[in-house]
Design a protein around this ligand. Structure first.
Ligand SMILES: [Zn+2]
Length: 433
């Protein structure tokens, strides 16, 4: 398919905004970005789609999701973290069928493309279901198979289980969707299991994602071997010898940082940790709304940017957020940083929200079109300021992944949302008991 998308504003991110511009898309790739008249003259045979008072940006990237948990939006409003985790685990393992989990993940994927998200980093216990969901909706992404196991006596056994699951997951890989591994967190996966998984990821060239430095409880657990996580292990007669360093230094010791992992949260980090993150090329998924809602604090977003740490934005699961909306995260991240006295510009926020994506010749044609004519947006003197400070995912009118339209004007292209909605209602009745 060959199409020219034109709009009042094109923001390539890697270059200056173009007023009255256009993006020519040929197959999966961008053929040219420039002024409307020039593009139409260069490609006279292309179909022209005029999107009017709107802004075209590179697709938004959600660097931390758990799409399988979408059915639990608003279900886990407990403020105690352990009660939260327990209710989630019972719902996922005892109440929901594999088909329910697939529908839940697909509903989450629909929400993502409706919000202009073209790529997700999704960690999932039922990774196969999440991968099918991405494929059905047409999203790009990495689906990380989660692994748990705080008890070193079962590290080998748990690792073998992970390998079997990853093998099955890899059979579903496509041009757009890749498999990865996710040892859940330092307090749910023991050191020997982390070492095995890191080595496996290195040998098999698998992307690795994990939760890191998320809470005060985790810091106490890793630095001093006490607090609520340590007490829970002690009650289950599981041995834990705290390494006595920060989470980031611990992950370096066990080899996780050797594979340039994607680390979600990174709230409890000091300047030395930030240097380690930069020097090892680790990527950070900053999830400001989830962190705030769960009361975990705020990651030093502006310090990551200043230090040159690769940072993206994540919604986390909608069970803790409660929406999958990267424009919202970008606004929230910027406002929080500024509330703390840091200067983060709207341009910087957009760069982080698109995670290195750009509109340029030869790039994958992943793009989002955001309407700029809402009452809540007008007047607009600066398109990027309007985008970051006055817009949300609900203003998106078109989402394109690898040249294919996956969402347009209220309709997700590749799945039957009415059928999914009915099934989601059934799941919610079941979870409500
Ligand atoms: Zn998470």
């Amino acid at each position: 398919m060959t199409t020219i998308y034109s709009a009042r504003w094109i923001v390539p991110v890697s270059a200056a905004p173009i007023e009255n511009g256009a993006v020519a898309v040929e197959g999966q790739r961008i053929a040219r970005v420039g002024a409307y008249a020039e593009i139409v003259e260069t490609f006279p045979e292309f179909k022209v789609e005029s999107l009017g008072e709107a802004i075209i940006i590179p697709g938004l990237v959600n660097t931390h999701t758990h799409l399988e948990l979408t059915a639990m939006r608003g279900y886990l409003e407990e403020t105690d973290f352990f009660a939260w985790l327990r209710k989630l685990t019972v719902a996922r393992l005892e109440l929901m069928t594999p088909d329910d989990i697939r529908v839940s993940a697909t509903w989450g994927a629909c929400e993502a493309v409706r919000a202009g998200i073209t790529c997700v980093a999704d960690a999932s216990d039922s990774a196969m279901m999440s991968m099918l969901a991405l494929r059905d909706v047409g999203l790009r992404g990495v689906v990380y198979q989660e692994s748990f196991g705080p008890d070193a006596r079962f590290a080998e056994e748990n690792f073998e289980k992970l390998k079997t699951k990853v093998e099955a997951l890899r059979a579903l890989e496509s041009d757009l969707v890749r498999a990865g591994v996710s040892p859940h967190a330092p307090y749910t996966v023991c050191g020997p299991q982390l070492e095995l998984i890191a080595e496996f990821a290195r040998a098999e060239r698998l992307p690795l994602m994990m939760h890191a430095a998320e809470s005060a409880a985790e810091e106490l657990f890793v630095r001093e071997g006490c607090g609520s996580f340590a007490e829970r292990l002690a009650r289950r007669a599981i041995e834990w010898k705290a390494p006595g360093v920060s989470t980031i230094q611990y992950l370096k010791q066990v080899g996780v940082l050797d594979v340039r992992p994607l680390l979600a949260h990174c709230i409890r980090v000091d300047d030395r940790d930030i240097e380690i993150l930069r020097d090892t090329g680790a990527n950070v998924a900053h999830c400001p709304k989830s962190n705030a809602k769960l009361g975990h604090g705020r990651a030093p977003f502006e310090k990551f940017i200043e230090a040159g740490v690769v940072v993206g934005l994540g919604s986390d699961s909608v069970a803790s957020n409660n929406t999958c909306d990267i424009l919202e995260e970008a606004r929230f991240a910027t406002l929080l940083a500024r509330a703390g006295g840091a200067r983060v510009s709207a341009e910087e926020a957009l760069r982080v929200a698109t995670f290195g994506g750009e509109l340029s010749e030869g790039a994958q044609a992943d793009l989002a079109v955001v309407a700029l004519d809402g009452v809540h947006q007008l007047p607009s003197y600066d398109p990027i300021a309007t985008l970051i400070f006055a817009s949300s995912g609900r203003d998106v009118i078109l989402t394109v992944v690898a040249g294919r339209e996956v969402y347009r004007n209220g309709r997700v292209s590749n799945v039957d949302e009415d059928r999914l909605r009915a099934h989601m209602l059934e799941i919610s009745h079941k979870l409500n008991g």
